[in-house]
Design a protein around this ligand. Structure first.
Ligand code: MOS
Length: 737
């Protein structure tokens, strides 16, 4: 189905099931431990052996030789796979570094061998006995040191994009002439996704056909990339990933566990399972790359931005892409004279790539502090300053409107609800005992991507509906919103819908990434249901144009019949997908929000406690307010981590992330998180899809860290522009009190 805009009234708009805060239909399985994850498929794959990956001990160089003798002789060892015996492999276009290294080494902990043994412990013990003779080469590991030599590079990254350099009007002239100016530098560190479930795969071969049970956000990409890497046809590969313990972008592309399970199973002649341990995956897989950002804003006396420039530096392996941290600055605020630029240094660290809201999450950490600084300089309220610089058209291309843009409404609603008027704009003036108290806010922005998505729906002769699509549920609630969509469209209760996801045998969906999953995958199910309704009406002799599907019945005029009757003995099947043509060229599609935060900072120790948080989100129709709220509070929590804790510490001598476990890489725990309040404006967007929904899972993190930084400034008068905002950075400057 090609989507025609604007979406007209359709069965989804009844909102009998869609839009209701129903519980997750997979909740009981998740909470009773009966939802099988990739590493746990003992039930369907008998005779598994265990693979353990050995990671490179150097960051750059090559392998001169292996001594595998002791490892091969160790108890339980079945086989060892290295580049020398793996057979011919290629690198897929999606993976910047090869998933099995050798002889060349591209980064620390890059996989160099897989030991396959009868037990996990035997495989791990034998891996320790492998001796590797390396040739070490000098690498580059320090972004700041490489800034000067980094060339301009454009790029796209799951939902965000920016050219290498873009100039509109005369930034230099307008900035020089502006009566109010700021010019500041901000830094964000390397971060790890730290999802609950580490990467894991089980591979089994039948002849030349591979089945892979894995944990992956994008099933069709996994098939494609395995095909490109193993040099076998896509038709010979089946990927199954029905339950996923979080992704955040870590599982958009296959990682070494998937490839090495496949290679290990081929070498061992039996199924092999491979999981990355937490200490392995942080240097072996991808991460959110560090940025250095320079922002210049020039404003008129009445608080209008007339010049805005955002430049970002990031690093990656050769062939990798930049962190698109300037993306939101192209779209968020008005201003006639604009400049954005991205520079990319070569760094020999593990690959930098998508992590929850790639681009915007990092970019807003800088931009929304800069906006706070500019508002202060102008003597304007930060909320008012943002409202004054709203734009209803794409400021890069003034003829191009946003499909819908309710940033101002979010800012206003948030200010009222949070009690913003009680904030003292002077920093360091609000004290409760030992605590310096401050409020901060930031705008939230994240793009809404349209991408085609297909599904198959089947009606059985008892009136049940089964949906099949290769869509994934990474903890987001896909099962539930897809069931709600099918129930609404077919007029059956929610408990008559069965949803089957995460299998490459099913029609190709949008998958889970870039917050595009909810809107596109349900729109694909909608399209398939439209077809099924047509087929059912025809079977029953009704005109689909006036047929009403409700309560398991189909009604047309004065006649009605049970829906189940349309199924006949063999059932009735329909398959279709949603496509958008060039809709995203006609409209800019984005989601908007506002974050408000209150912090307390201990006057003596500088301990920071987040005390209250509010997010107001404008993200189209909310398909399920309960699961959407869970997405946003999770994202807000991740924003607290980005603001105060998360940092992969780079060893700049040897080139690796030192704190590669969850003891050293800190993320928020329950005790760090205060009351979180989430409000959805919830207006349907008739340009986004027949569902009129948009993404929300990434919007929730965008801006949070800056709101916290701004609240800390309001509390203390100390402006920290270098994340994470740890106590030492606060103690290094005098407080305003
Ligand atoms: Mo997302 S970072 O595209 O999973």
């Amino acid at each position: 189905m090609k989507f025609d805009t604007p979406a007209t009234n359709n069965p989804i708009d009844q909102l009998n099931v869609v839009g209701k805060p129903v519980d997750r239909i997979d909740g009981p399985q998740k909470t009773t431990g009966t939802a099988p994850y990739a590493y746990e498929r003992h039930d369907v794959v008998p005779g598994q052996a265990y693979g353990y990956i050995l990671g490179s001990a150097i960051a750059k160089g090559s392998i001169r030789s292996f001594d595998l003798g002791d490892a091969k002789a160790a108890p339980g060892v079945i086989t060892i796979v290295t580049w020398q015996n793996a057979g011919k492999l290629a690198k897929s276009k999606s993976n910047t570094a090869r998933l099995l290294a050798g002889p060349e080494i591209q980064h620390y902990h890059q996989a160099i061998a897989l030991v396959v043994a009868e037990t996990f412990e035997q495989a791990r013990a034998a891996a320790r006995l492998i001796r590797v003779d390396y040739v070490r080469e000098k690498g580059q590991f320090d972004l700041a040191a490489q800034m000067q030599s980094a060339p301009l590079v454009g790029g796209t990254n799951t939902g965000s994009a920016a050219p290498a350099i873009d100039q509109i009007g005369d930034f230099q002239g307008a900035f020089a002439a502006a009566p109010f100016r700021i010019d500041q530098r901000y830094t964000t560190p390397d971060e790890s996704h730290a999802m609950m479930e580490p990467h894991a795969s089980i591979a089994a071969w039948q002849g030349d056909s591979l089945t892979l049970w894995t944990s992956n956000q994008m099933i069709a990409w996994a098939v494609r990339d395995l095909s490109e890497t193993l040099l076998i046809p896509r038709e010979k590969i089946r990927v199954i990933s029905p339950y996923i313990g979080g992704g955040f972008g870590a599982k958009l592309w296959i990682q070494s566990d998937a490839l090495l399970a496949a290679l290990g199973a081929r070498a061992a002649g039996r199924p092999v399972k491979v999981a990355l341990t937490r200490p392995q995956l942080m240097n072996n897989t991808t991460h959110r790359p560090a940025t250095i950002q320079r922002i210049r804003i020039g404003a008129t006396r009445d608080g209008k931005i007339n010049a805005i420039a955002h430049e970002s530096w990031s690093g990656n392996l050769p062939g990798g892409r930049p962190e698109t941290a300037v993306d939101q600055t192209r779209l968020l605020y008005a201003g006639a004279n604009r400049l954005t630029a991205m520079r990319l240094a070569v760094l020999d660290l593990a690959e930098g790539n998508s992590m929850r809201a790639p681009g915007e999450a990092s970019g807003l950490m800088a931009l929304e502090i800069a906006m706070d600084e500019m508002a202060e300089k102008l003597g304007m309220d930060p909320v008012q300053f943002r409202i004054a610089n709203d734009t209803q058209v794409d400021p890069q291309k003034p003829g191009r409107p946003f499909s819908q843009r309710h940033l101002i409404e979010c800012l206003r609603a948030g200010a009222v609800r949070f009690g913003w008027s009680k904030r003292n704009p002077l920093p360091g003036k609000t004290r409760e005992g030992q605590w310096l108290v401050g409020m901060g806010m930031a705008a939230a922005f994240r793009n809404n991507l349209l991408t085609k998505s297909a599904a198959r729906v089947r009606l059985d002769n008892r009136g049940g509906v089964t949906v099949e699509t290769d869509m994934t549920d990474i903890g987001t609630g896909s099962y539930t919103i897809i069931a709600q969509t099918a129930a609404e469209m077919m007029g059956v209760p929610l408990n008559r819908v069965v949803v089957r996801l995460g299998d490459s045998a099913f029609p190709v969906s949008a998958g889970s990434g870039g917050q595009w999953g909810a809107n596109n995958s349900t729109a694909g199910v909608y399209a398939a249901c439209v077809k099924l309704r047509e087929a059912a009406a025809q079977k029953l002799g009704f005109d689909v144009a006036d047929a009403v599907f409700a309560n398991g019945q189909v009604r047309s005029g004065s006649r009605s019949a049970p829906l189940a009757q349309a199924a006949g003995e063999g059932g009735l099947v329909a398959e279709d997908g949603i496509e958008y043509g060039d809709l995203d060229k006609k409209y800019q599609q984005s989601t908007f929000g506002a974050h408000f935060v209150e912090v307390g900072v201990d006057a003596a120790t500088s301990e920071i406690r987040v005390r209250r948080m509010l997010a107001v989100c404008a993200a189209g129709r909310i398909l399920n307010p309960k699961s959407a709220r869970s997405q946003v509070i999770g994202a807000m929590t991740m924003g607290v981590g980005a603001a105060l804790m998360e940092e992969l510490a780079v060893d700049k001598r040897f080139g690796f992330f030192v704190n590669h476990d969850l003891a050293g890489y800190e993320v928020p725990v329950h005790a760090d998180i205060p009351h979180q309040d989430v409000v959805f404006l919830g207006e349907a967007d008739p340009i986004s899809s027949p569902m009129k929904a948009k993404g929300v899972g990434e919007l929730g993190i965008c801006g949070v860290a800056a709101a916290i930084a701004n609240a800390i400034y309001n509390a203390t008068g100390v402006r920290v522009r270098d994340y994470p905002i740890t106590l030492d950075k606060l103690l290094a400057q005098p407080k305003a009190v």
